[in-house]
Write a protein that binds this ligand. Structure first.
Ligand SMILES: Cc1cc2nc3c(=O)[nH]c(=O)nc-3n(C[C@H](O)[C@H](O)[C@H](O)COP(=O)(O)OP(=O)(O)OC[C@H]3O[C@@H](n4cnc5c(N)ncnc54)[C@H](O)[C@@H]3O)c2cc1C
Ligand code: FES
Length: 265
């Protein structure tokens, strides 16, 4: 992990309030794993608002060009600032942060990646890595509408299978991505499963998987402050022992956790 200033190669709007920023950084290319994130300074030298850096998952890396990308949605001051940056500007960030996903821990050949909304961002990097390693990848993505049409184009560039659901039926099948998981839960028992999405998606997946005794890992995207395990501003409750629980920091202990261990309140 290092404090880095990298040149922005492009910052394109790819949907309504949805952007892809590509940044030059040989260090991130060399050291990052899928699931890790960078903490980006989202204010100019002359202001301190917002004071805290903002976390964004590493969405893609292109080793030939020494660039990595983030995919981000407009939320507030920080992301609005990012959206105004352009090619030639400098991004000031710390990374790579968090515990990433190593392929050595997975001997399985079949991987199911379940993404909800902007949760698809880190799973793309994982899908690309798994596909390059010759694994069978099935990417299940769920969106509200058709704002992620260009994301589907990116998926088409990978040699993987995928299915898209949207709540209003304007992109892929109509429904929630969890509908697909319910329908195919028995098939998915032979897959290693990674998910990233909103808490409501995690609650439903936890129910489905606990009924079917399926294990899954999840990337959590809690609101953060320091991003390095110091402030304890990003803690979540996890099971500990038979009836106990402990708090873990998303930024340092995570963001990757066993989905079935998470306690949602
Ligand atoms: C490990 C990690 C990885 C992330 N990866 C991505 C990513 O790849 N792409 C992306 O678009 N976003 C990602 N996020 C969320 C992103 O960090 C927030 O959207 C961003 O910090 C908002 O900053 P802002 O200044 O624009 O909004 P703020 O002004 O800080 O907040 C605006 C609104 O957004 C809400 N908000 C802030 N942070 C979050 C959050 N973490 N989750 C949900 N709501 C939030 C606030 O409660 C508020 O309502 C990630 C978060 C974490 C912790
Ligand atoms: S954000 Fe400070 S401990 Fe995680």
């Amino acid at each position: 992990m290092k404090l880095i200033k990298g040149e922005i190669i492009s910052n394109k709007k790819i949907g309504e309030g949805l952007y892809k920023m590509t940044i030059f950084s040989p260090y991130i290319i060399k050291h990052s794993l899928p699931g890790q994130f960078v903490n980006i300074k989202c204010s100019s030298e002359s202001t301190i608002d917002p004071l805290l850096r903002r976390p964004f998952s590493i969405h893609d890396i292109e080793p030939d060009f020494k660039v990595f990308s983030i995919l981000y949605v407009l939320k507030g001051t920080g992301t609005k600032y990012l959206s105004k940056l352009s090619s030639g500007d400098i991004a000031d960030f710390i990374g790579p942060l968090g515990n990433g996903i190593t392929l050595q821990e997975n001997e399985n050949n079949n991987f199911l990646l379940i993404g909800g909304g902007i949760g698809v961002a880190p799973l793309f990097f994982l899908a690309k890595t798994l596909s390059a390693a010759g694994k069978n990848v099935f990417f299940a993505a769920g969106f509200k509408d058709n704002n992620f049409l260009l994301f589907e184009k990116m998926l088409q560039g990978l040699k993987i299978s995928y299915e898209i659901y949207s709540e209003n039926g304007t992109h892929g099948k109509k429904g929630m991505i969890t509908d697909l998981v319910i329908e195919r839960a028995d098939d998915f028992k032979k897959y290693d499963i990674y998910c990233c999405g909103p808490i409501n998606m995690y609650k439903v997946l936890q129910n489905i998987f606990s009924l079917k005794s399926i294990k899954a890992k999840a990337l959590f995207e809690e609101i953060m402050a320091c991003g390095i395990g110091v402030c304890k501003g990003c803690v979540m409750k996890f099971k500990n022992g038979k009836d106990g629980y402990i708090y873990k920091t998303i930024c340092k202990d995570g963001p990757l956790f066993d989905l079935m261990e998470a306690i949602f309140e």
